[in-house]
Design a protein around this ligand. Structure first.
Ligand code: SF4
Length: 368
């Protein structure tokens, strides 16, 4: 078959494939059925930015149970929303999610705009999310392009320009093949094809409904696409975490300032995150209190988008009376709703480290 000329050349076989092989997801209507309510589509699309489907499902269910309508989410304290989001990463999204819910509830009577232009006016909704909501919730023929779709398009048209420079060209191609009929299903079919068949490392061209018109398959370069511009190394920062325990095992946490990285989330107190490693004792001037700080063995690391954070830790213990004099919150380590980087810090606590080493000793015979 020649390369595709009309949207239906791709849409027809793709939608037929989607009707049989679509993924069943809690925010998704079955193929051909009326769309889910925009609140669900919006919530899932915001959660899915930079995050995988399996990671999002439990958060999506939790948010809907707790805040079944956009008005409920708008009325919730932002701290509750941030805590429910803890672990999903990219916390500015949670803050914008709340702002967006408030805008929809207070200015738009609880109804999401049904066009890309209208959606783009809302906090936290960028070009991709606006197109996805317009297509999936309102059946508009918007050109939706997430990471999965980028890959499928780069292969289908054998686009060799590396990402991110290739994005405008990829978007034009998506526009050219998006059908007027069932555009929401079409966008979701492209996503599913990328996630289950045209996968990053091993595209399964043998079962692909678009194989006959795929230029990269024909040229034998499918696996090599999309090409990516060479990345420069990620900078490294260093900190020292202060694991301060009260005598009942609760640990000291603080709330971060509302703006900036992890804005508004709970944190373990730590020395400033800087480019040079902290020397022994040097970081203690940033400790939340004076006590007998003991260095903890080992280190942990957390990778953010723009840098990696190397974390060493010291541990201290104080009485309930001394604890009451300090600013912050005291929570049991396993009960606190924390971002992943903070959970990693708490895993350096002596009892957590001991539990980990006992577990790995117990597991050792099974490996031999
Ligand atoms: Fe991807 Fe292969 Fe299908 Fe082309 S034929 S779209 S490379 S799975």
């Amino acid at each position: 078959m020649p390369s595709p000329r009309r949207p239906s050349d791709i849409a027809t076989p793709l939608l037929a494939w989607y009707d049989r092989h679509h993924r069943v997801l809690p925010w998704r209507a079955p193929p051909g059925a009326p769309p889910m309510e925009p609140y669900r589509v919006w919530l899932s699309e915001v959660m899915l930015q930079q995050t995988t489907v399996p990671a999002v499902v439990p958060y999506f269910d939790k948010f809907l149970r707790r805040w079944p309508r956009v008005e409920d989410l708008a009325a919730a304290p932002v701290e509750d929303v941030m805590e429910a989001w803890a672990g999903l990463g990219y916390y500015a999204r949670a803050r914008n999610l709340h702002k967006c819910a408030q805008a929809v509830a207070s200015k738009l009577g609880g109804r999401f705009p049904d066009t890309e232009e209208g959606l783009l006016e809302l906090p936290g909704i960028g070009a991709y999310t606006a197109a996805a909501i317009a297509a999936i919730a309102f059946n508009r023929p918007a050109a939706v392009m997430d990471g999965n779709i980028e890959r499928v398009i780069a292969r289908l048209f054998a686009i060799e320009t590396p990402l991110p420079q290739a994005k405008p060209e990829l978007r034009e191609r998506v526009k050219g093949i998006t059908p007027q009929q069932r555009p929401g299903d079409f966008a979701q079919a492209m996503m599913d094809l990328g996630a289950t068949v045209c996968t990053p490392k091993s595209p399964n061209c043998l079962i692909c409904p678009l194989a006959a018109m795929c230029k990269a398959r024909k040229a034998g370069i499918a696996q090599a696409l999309p090409r990516k511009a060479t990345k420069v190394g990620r900078p490294v920062r260093h900190t020292l975490a202060f694991l301060l325990e009260r005598d009942d095992g609760a640990v000291l946490l603080r709330r971060r300032p509302p703006q900036g990285l992890l804005g508004g989330m709970l944190e373990v107190p730590s020395a400033p995150w800087r480019e040079t490693p902290w020397q022994n004792g040097e970081a203690l001037k940033h400790a939340p209190t004076d006590c007998d700080w003991q260095p903890m063995p080992g280190e942990t690391e957390h990778v953010f988008t723009h840098f990696a954070l190397k974390i060493a830790a010291v541990h201290g213990r104080i009485s309930a009376r001394e604890a009451a004099k300090l600013d912050g919150l005291w929570q049991q380590p396993r009960e606190a709703a924390l971002p992943t980087v903070m959970k990693k810090m708490l895993r350096l606590l002596p009892q957590e480290a001991a539990a980990k080493s006992t577990k790995s000793r117990r597991a050792a015979p099974a490996r031999s």
